[in-house]
Each structure stands twice: as C-alpha cells, then as structure tokens.
Ligand binder design. Structure first.
Ligand code: UT7
Length: 386
C-alpha cells in the first residue's frame, strides 16, 4: 500500500478548512472505531423495460441503452410506499449483519420522496423492525443522501452516543416523474438500500475519510418542488412544475467535473492511492458518467461496481443496492477497500472511503467460510493521516 507523506501545504489547506492535520476525516483518532457490519437492499417487484417506456414516449431501447446503460427499472404500484421498501431493505441489512432490530440505536433514512413528511420514514422503520430504543430522523439530499447519511451516522457513533446505526437510502421517483417527458422518464427506478454501522471502543476505524460538498448556485438544474399552497387569505403562490425537472447536460458536466476531485480528496486524506482501492461504487446515474469519471482517475473498469442496467437511477438507494449485490455475490470481501460517491440534486456530492470487514450472514456456507478466512487475515491499516 503506498502511503506518501503529505506536504505541509496540504495540511495547512486542510486546517484552513477546519480539519486538523492529525485526522483529515474530522474526528479524534482515539475513541470508538466504526465499521460497516451489514448491507441490504430491496426493489419493488414490478419491472419496466425500455420497450415499455417506448409505448409512452418517442424513444427506443437502443437510444436508452447507448446513452444511459439502463435496460430495466423497478417501480412501485398500488399502495406500495417508500417506507415499505425501506423496511424490507432494513430486514436484509439486519440479516446480513446477523443482528436483531432491537439492537439498533439510531435510524437515519435518506429520502427525497417520502410518502409522508411526518411521521418520518425512520419512525415507520423503527416500529417495523422493533428497534424500541432507537432514535432517528429522515434527511433529504437526493442522490447524495446515502453517503451523507453514513457520514452523519459515523459522527454519532464516533462520540459513543450510539453504538449501532441503520442508514437507509430509499426513493420512489416513479411517482414524481412526468411519464411523457423522455428527458427524465427513462432514467429513474424505485428502490431502497440499507447499511448497518457499529462502533467499538478502541476498535479499528474502517471508515477512513470523507468529503462532502454543496453547490446551491446550480440548484435549479435539477428540481422537484412540493405542491403546498398559501393560506387562502393571501396572494396565491405561482404554480410550479410538479415533476422532476433536470437539465441533463449540465448535471452530467457537473458530476464529471467534481466527483473525480472528491475521490482524490478522500484518497489524499486517507494516505491511499487509487491503485489501493479494490472497488468504486458511484451513484448509478448513467454509465457514460461513470466511464468518464473512471477515465479521469485511471480506475480500471473492472473495479467499478455497476448495476444500473437492471435498476436505473434509484437516487439515494443506488449505492447500497449496488454494494449489496456485490457483497452477496462474493465480489466484495473482508479487507477490500471501497470508495462510494453520491452526486446529484442540490447540487450536492459526497464521497467516503471504507474498508469492508463484515462476513455477510446471508451468503451460502462456502462463501461465508471464504469471507471468514479473509476477515481473520485482516491486519490493522496503518494510514498516514490516522
Ligand atoms: O441522479 C441525479 C444525477 N443525474 C444525472 O447524473 C443525469 C445526467 N445526465 C444524463 O445522464 C444525460 O444528460 C441524459 C441521459 C439525461 C441525456 O443524454 P444526453 O446524451 O445528454 O442527451 P441530450 O439531452 O444531449 O439529447 C440528445 C438528443 C436530443 O435531440 P437533438 O436535440 O439532438 O435533436 C434529445 O431531444 O437526444 C434526444 N433525446 C432522446 N431521444 C430519444 C433526449 N431524450 C431522449 C430519449 N429518447 N429518451
């Protein structure tokens, strides 16, 4: 593992950003170590193909596959809710970690499409999984929500305030999509993904570095307005578009511009280089965006975890859905280093680098045995900035 010493310029730049030179990820090195203990995902049963969409708008399977990489996506039907998806994903994450819902102390749900503003989706998850002592809340940051949620949970765990956290990314954009707008209706799918974080006093820290940003000046390039009305005694609000609006080209350019820099930032902060990283899980927005980003950073394509062909862009759920699949099929193993990066509406973006350490309890015995061997062989990471 290459660990070049940092230049003093880099340290002073980081100190100006309010981060200490000793610990670039924003917390004291001593105390609780945080690791990811489980992962889960769920998508609704109903699957929509590109050909199905071509019955609604003038498009084709060929155009959608070539321009986006998407072949199918899943959508909610009937009364299926974002909470239903979140709860199923939470059950999967608990099974993956071999834990009971009652062990969860904090629940964070990242969703920009909740069925209710209150009660929070986190409250519905709390009851459904029997996390009777859990605190929790919802947060909305569209496609960056899951990474922000992880980092928020990590801060609660680092202080020792909570010992376990369930972080869920769940979105159902199919209810907020104009199915006659071919610029957007081809892209989104519904789904939920969940991760469990655990804190251990004096334990190894396996969330190595983070990098979070906002650029509100470009916020109007990707919007979803609420439809609330003014009091009837005052001037009415100007009616707004009630569906997702996206300037696709601008969002594309923004993502390819900022994400490679953010990935480089977490690598620098953790004293790693891109060659040390085993897997990169980018928000599954468009295969061409992912390819452009990996070209900029010289990431070999086989290190990218990609499954948007099956699920489309599931917003806050896309990263945990992709990671869940890669863990279940044995591609991600204990000891592997992985970068996760969310980007989108806000405009917002966030990157984290973690070491995967868990043995997924849902895997067949032979795979579990192999993962256990990898876990037993793991050595403490010695990183420059820690
Ligand atoms: O999760 C949040 C983050 N979101 C993203 O990262 C999305 C970023 N943007 C994108 O992924 C891409 O910009 C899109 C997939 C949305 C669009 O791809 P593009 O290559 O940027 O296409 P374009 O908007 O530049 O459109 C090219 C042409 C246009 O026709 P003209 O003007 O060249 O005659 C469009 O009208 O393709 C046309 N077009 C379509 N044709 C067939 C646009 N949508 C479609 C469609 N089917 N669905």
């Amino acid at each position: 593992m290459s660990m070049p010493p940092k230049s003093s310029d880099e340290y002073s730049a980081n100190e100006q950003n309010g981060r200490s030179a000793k610990d670039q990820s924003g917390f004291a090195p001593a105390g609780y170590g945080v690791s990811m203990a489980g992962i889960g995902a769920y998508v609704p049963k109903r699957c929509i193909t590109n050909d199905d969409i071509a019955t609604l708008v003038e498009t084709s399977d060929d155009w959608i596959q070539t321009r986006t990489g998407i072949r199918t996506r899943h959508v909610v039907s009937g009364d299926e809710s974002v909470a239903d998806l979140a709860i199923e994903a939470a059950h999967q994450a608990l099974a993956s970690a071999g834990m009971q819902g009652s062990e969860i102390e904090l629940i964070i749900v990242a969703s920009s499409t909740p069925d209710t503003i209150y009660p929070a989706v986190a409250c519905q998850v709390q009851t459904a999984i029997g996390a009777s002592n859990a605190a929790g809340f919802d947060m909305a940051l569209a496609c960056s929500g899951f990474v922000y949620g992880l980092v928020i949970a990590q801060q609660f765990l680092k202080t020792g305030m909570h010992k376990t956290a369930l972080v869920i990314g769940a979105d159902i954009h199919s209810r907020y999509t104009n199915w006659h707008d071919r610029n957007t209706c081809i892209l989104f799918g519904d789904g939920a993904g969940a991760a469990i974080l655990k804190a251990e006093l004096g334990g190894e820290d396996n969330i190595l570095a983070n990098d979070l940003h906002l650029d509100g000046s470009k916020g109007m390039e990707l919007t979803l307005f609420t439809q609330a009305e003014n009091c009837p005694l005052v001037e009415p609000k100007t009616p707004v578009n009630d569906y997702v609006y996206m300037n696709g080209r601008e969002v594309f350019k923004f993502a390819v511009g900022v994400v490679p820099k953010s990935i480089q930032q977490v690598l620098d902060r953790s004293g790693l280089s891109i060659e040390d990283v085993d897997h990169v899980v980018l928000h599954q927005a468009n295969i061409r965006i992912m390819q452009a980003m990996s070209e900029k950073l010289n990431i070999p394509e086989d290190r990218l975890i990609v499954n948007l062909d099956k699920y489309g862009n599931t917003s806050a759920a896309s990263i945990p859905i992709a990671l869940n699949e890669a863990v279940l099929n044995g591609r991600v193993k204990p000891g592997d280093l992985l970068v996760m990066c969310g980007f989108g509406a806000g405009l917002a973006w966030g990157t984290t680098i973690i070491r995967w350490t868990a043995v997924d309890q849902r895997c067949p015995q032979a795979l579990k045995d192999e993962m256990q061997k990898k876990q037993d062989a793991m050595k403490p990471l010695e990183l420059v900035s820690r």
